[in-house]
Structures are given as structure tokens and as C-alpha cells.
Write a protein that binds this ligand. Structure first.
Ligand SMILES: Nc1ncnc2c1ncn2[C@@H]1O[C@H](COP(=O)(O)OP(=O)(O)OP(=O)(O)O)[C@@H](O)[C@H]1O
Length: 555
């Protein structure tokens, strides 16, 4: 902790005269038996503002659900949301945003080849019907106003899970790099053949290095930019060879940046990194939490000439907000109206393991739910995948073993203890789009144990009602792959087309709930989240399905 306390704002970030995130909305809340009381301070200010304001505040407060004893999410600033809603009502097309034509063309093409959104019109040429998502409109519109200004600009971007945040920060980044080449040809001539890195994207895990790099590379090839990823397989020599020909976008982890300074083979790393003008921290709430902060902050400090520093995340935990206020007091927030809400496209259901026939056995309830999902007739013709989240890493292996050995489910477990190559291998079947059953050889699990009811597939005594159409009965069409994992895999990963998530344990905080549920229902696609509850589960957990249905914000 002592070392954390010593962290001060980066010298380059002090005294920069940008607008601060408003703290007027910072509210101290006292939690008492699940109910929230406003602190004296906010009560006094509410009285000062008079009855009309008080009513408005009460109304907006009722839209917020305080999850558990330590929800952890910062309350959303209503004024910011309303301002953004106004922009979103007017801007609906990439053509309305200030982006270089070649960048606009490339990103639309890249999105159309990668997106999971199914509403695309096949009669149109690639990218023609692609529209920007709300966070893309908000970020591109805001950053484009001062994109090429020379002074440091710090932004904190936050929007709901699966809303297209990667492209939201990539579009301004590509635009910045291409404009740099075109606007000042003399300076470009001087650097184009130099060994430099022009921009960096930092992420917390190697899985995310792979995922983000894939998207970056697709666009970079269309734009003639040099992209490079530095992950666990990359040698220092690979990096040296790549940087000789200029790296326009480097995707890596903070640890890899700091390693450059620890080895002799990389000559003057500070010179290579002095060219970094645009830096992005994806999954910033993780990268700036206690366990990462020192490393991340030191990595940022090695980019002393940055013009743009973008912190991007799906949630703004209160702790993260405080850290940003302390280290980057000039940062401006860009958020969307749906921040900290679970997508209404997600069907959120509870499985009560305390009822018969589970009699308090959560594993039995889970096995039955998986069986029901496998046989429910949805995703017909495709291999189904389901993610199961547990709170503790020690439980992941145990749960997966029980599901495979006792109940015959096709299961793998994954935690931070697995080697990185093993982790990448295990998630590959889940992060890629679903396979057609006629394209894979079927090796069906037996699901032979008598504890799993064969028919019907409705979960008894739970509020899950999964239909079993005739077409699904007895057919070989039912396969289900299950990944049992922890919060490690809940951040940022784009599990393409995974329609089912089961929360085997009730998440401890609203932050965990938002991230885990957000692995499905991405980019407004449908998905189902089942949360297993039992006698020990607190009443607030039972309220979550209603909170999702009523579109309430979590705090
Ligand atoms: N404008 C768009 N139209 C349609 N699909 C899009 C668009 N932009 C991005 N996508 C697709 O949406 C999916 C989710 O995008 P992305 O992974 O960037 O979400 P995210 O907001 O970063 O999620 P998370 O919070 O979980 O990190 C991807 O498959 C991506 O290709």
C-alpha cells in the first residue's frame, strides 16, 4: 500500500487546463439493511434546491438499484447521460461523424466482417449498412473536436458491455494516425522510416491482446498501418525487427512495456516510446485497480509525449473513479445512457437450488439447467456453448469435474493457474462464432446419470421454463460445450454468439454481475443469464431479474 500512496499524477498531466469530471454528483451513501439513505450533505443540498428538484432526484434514485452490501459502481451522472442522449438522437450514421473517408470506409468494412449483429442486409456491399453504436457516436464526436490539438487530452470512456467500445476508441486512433501522415507531410517524412512506436493499446490479459490485435490488424491492413502485438510468444528480437520498420499500433500488456526497460537487448527503449502520441487503456477499471495500478501507471509514464490518453471500460467502480481523480484530474468522462445496466435483450432468470428436487444442491441444479439448455431447441443446427462463472478459482475445477464425471457434460475449467497457451486453447471454442453441427464430427456427451431428468426439459420448481420442441427431442442436434471459469474471463472477452451464461455463485458486487452477465447479449443480440440461488442468498439477489426487466441502473 505504501508504494500506492506514493503514486502522484504524471508530471505531464498536472496543470493541464481541461474540464474536470463533475464531482457535483458525488454522493455519500450510507447503506443500512439494503436501503440507502442520502448523507446529510446531499439532504441539505436537496432542501436548498426546493421541492421540484427533490422530486426529480427521488424519481431518478428509484431508477438505481443498490446491489448488495458493497455494490461498488459509481452512480451515473444524469446530466452527462442526457447530453449524450441528445447527440445520439441526431447522429445515427458514420457519415455524420468527422472521420477521414478512407478511415470511415475501412472501419465499416472491418465491422461488417467481424460483427455478431445479425440484422445486416446481405444484398448490400460490405459495410454499407453499418451504423455506429451509441458509444461510437459519443466518443468519435467528442474526440474529433480537438483530435489534432497538441496538448494532452485525457478521456475516460465507459459504456455497457458488448456495445462496441473497441471500435469506439480505434476510429479516433486510426483517424489520428492517418491525419498525422497527411496534415504535416514534412514531419511525417522525418518519422516514417524511423524505429518508433506511434501508439499503444494496453490490456490486462493475453487473451485480450489476441482479441484486440485481431480487430486492429483487420483495420490496419486496410489502412496501410503497421500493427504489432506483443504477447507471450513474442521474442524481443521479433519486437526489434518490427519496430525497425515503425510500429503504428502496438497491442500489449503494461508488464511487457516495463520489461523493455529491464533487458539490454532493446537499445534505448525510451527513444522508441517517445513517439507514442496516442495511448489507450482497455479494461481500464482492471488496469487501474490496486493490484495493477503501480505497473500500469509506470507504463503510462514511459509515454511522455502523449496527446491522447483514453481509459476505456464497461464499468466505473467508485474506486476507479477516485484513482482517476487523483492521478488524472483533468480527465473528461464520456458515458452512454445505458451504462451500468444489464441489456434488456438478456433474459435473466433464477434457479432456486433450495427447492425440490435439488434439495439445496447447487451442482444438481446446475447440471439440470445445462441439460435443459442443451435440449431446449434453441440455436438449432449449431453447437451450443455455455459459460459458468464461479466466485472462487478453487471451485472452477471442482465444478467442471463434477459436471463431467457425475453428469456427463462436456466441460472444461479455466483459471489464472492455467498456462497462458492452455488458456488460449480452452477459450478458442467459445470466442469464435458457433459451429454448424453438420460441419463438426459429433462426439456427444452421454448425460447418462439418472439425476438428470430426461423429459421434460423444464426445470422443476424454478422459474426457468424452457420449451422442448419436438424437433429437438431425441435428435443428435443437441450438443453443449461448457466453460467453467472465474472473473478472469469476464472482462472484455467477446464470446461470439454465446447465448447462455450461468452464474453458479451470486456475484459479490454489481461490478462482477455486470461483467459476467455481459458475456452474452452483446451488441443488442439476445442471450440468457441464469443465476443459481439458495437459502443463503440474500434477498437483493432475488430482485435482479426484475431490475433487468425494469431497465434499472446498478450501483
Ligand atoms: N457499429 C457496429 N455495428 C455492429 N456490430 C458492431 C459495431 N461495432 C462493433 N460491433 C461488434 O460488436 C461486438 C462487441 O464489440 P466489443 O467487443 O468492442 O464490445 P465492448 O463494448 O468492448 O465489450 P466489453 O465491455 O465486454 O469489453 C463485436 O463482435 C464487434 O464486431
Amino acid at each position: 500500500m505504501a508504494s500506492l500512496l506514493r503514486l502522484m499524477p504524471h508530471p505531464a498531466f498536472r496543470g493541464f487546463n481541461a474540464i474536470r469530471c463533475s464531482s457535483a454528483y458525488a454522493r455519500t451513501t450510507l447503506r443500512n439493511g439494503g436501503k440507502t439513505k442520502s448523507s446529510r450533505h446531499s439532504l441539505v443540498s436537496a432542501i436548498k434546491k426546493g421541492p421540484a428538484r427533490r422530486e426529480k432526484k427521488a424519481e431518478s434514485e428509484s431508477q438505481v438499484f443498490h446491489y448488495g452490501a458493497f455494490g461498488g459502481l459509481r452512480e451515473v451522472n444524469d446530466q452527462d447521460s442526457q447530453k449524450i442522449a441528445g447527440v445520439l438522437a441526431k447522429v445515427t450514421d458514420f457519415d455524420q461523424l468527422k472521420i477521414l473517408p478512407e478511415v470511415r470506409h475501412a472501419v465499416k468494412k472491418a465491422i461488417s466482417s467481424e460483427t455478431i449483429a445479425k440484422s445486416l442486409d446481405s444484398s448490400k456491399t460490405a459495410g454499407e449498412d453499418i451504423k455506429p453504436s451509441p458509444v461510437q457516436v459519443a466518443v468519435i464526436q467528442k474526440l474529433s473536436k480537438t483530435l489534432m490539438n497538441r496538448q494532452l487530452q485525457v478521456h475516460m470512456v465507459a459504456a455497457e458491455t458488448g456495445s462496441g467500445k473497441t471500435m469506439a476508441y480505434l476510429v479516433p486512433l486510426f483517424d489520428y494516425l492517418k491525419r498525422g501522415e497527411q496534415d504535416t507531410p514534412e514531419s511525417w517524412d522525418q518519422i516514417k522510416d524511423k524505429a518508433i512506436v506511434r501508439s499503444v493499446i494496453l490490456v490486462p490479459t493475453h487473451e485480450l491482446v489476441e482479441q484486440v490485435y485481431k480487430t486492429v490488424k483487420l483495420n490496419a491492413d486496410l489502412l496501410g498501418l503497421h500493427a504489432f502485438r506483443w504477447n507471450m510468444d513474442t521474442s524481443y528480437n521479433d519486437f526489434i525487427e518490427a519496430v525497425k520498420a515503425r510500429i503504428d499500433i502496438l497491442v500489449t500488456t503494461p508488464g511487457k512495456i516495463l520489461n523493455m526497460f529491464k533487458v539490454r537487448i532493446i537499445n534505448r527503449p525510451e527513444r522508441l516510446l517517445s513517439g507514442v502520441r496516442f495511448a489507450v487503456l482497455d479494461e481500464a477499471d482492471t488496469l487501474m485497480d490496486r493490484s495493477w495500478l503501480e505497473e500500469t501507471h509506470n507504463a503510462i509514464k514511459s509515454f511522455p509525449n502523449t496527446n491522447h490518453l483514453v481509459f476505456c471500460s464497461a464499468t466505473i467502480p467508485s474506486e476507479f473513479h477516485k484513482t482517476m481523480d487523483r492521478l488524472f484530474p483533468t480527465s473528461e468522462a464520456i458515458t452512454t445512457p445505458k451504462l451500468h445496466k444489464i441489456s434488456q435483450k438478456i433474459d435473466f432468470k433464477l434457479i432456486d437450488a433450495s427447492l425440490n428436487p435439488y434439495k439445496g444442491s447447487k451442482i444438481k441444479a446446475l447440471a439440470q439447467a445445462l441439460y435443459a439448455i442443451m435440449k431446449d431447441g434453441t440455436e438449432e443446427g449449431f453447437e451450443k456453448r455455455c459459460l459458468v462463472f464461479v466466485n472462487e478459482k478453487k471451485d472452477a475445477k471442482k465444478v467442471a469435474e463434477q459436471l463431467s464425471e457425475r453428469y456427463g457434460h462436456s466441460c472444461v475449467s479455466l483459471t489464472g493457474e492455467d498456462a497462458i497457451s492452455e488458456r488460449l486453447d480452452k477459450i478458442s471454442a467459445f470466442v469464435s462464432p458457433p459451429k454448424r453441427l453438420d460441419e463438426i464430427s459429433l462426439d456427444l456427451p452421454s448425460t447418462s446419470n439418472e439425476t438428470i431428468a430426461r423429459e421434460p426439459t423444464v426445470l422443476p420448481n424454478s422459474n426457468i421454463k424452457l420449451a422442448t420442441p419436438d424437433s429437438a427431442r431425441g435428435k443428435k442436434s443437441a450438443t453443449l460445450k461448457v466453460l467453467v471459469t472465474t472473473d478472469l474471463m469476464a472482462r472484455g472477452l467477446n464470446f461470439q454468439g454465446v447465448r447462455n451464461v450461468i452464474l453458479f455463485d451470486v456475484p459479490k458486487t454489481s461490478i462482477d454481475l455486470v461483467h459476467r452477465a455481459g458475456r452474452t447479449g452483446r451488441m443488442m443480440q439476445g442471450g440468457r443469464v441464469f443465476m443459481v440461488i439458495d437459502k443463503k442468498t440474500k434477498s437483493w439477489a432475488k430482485a435482479v431479474p426484475k431490475i433487468v426487466r425494469n431497465n434499472k441502473t446498478l450501483s
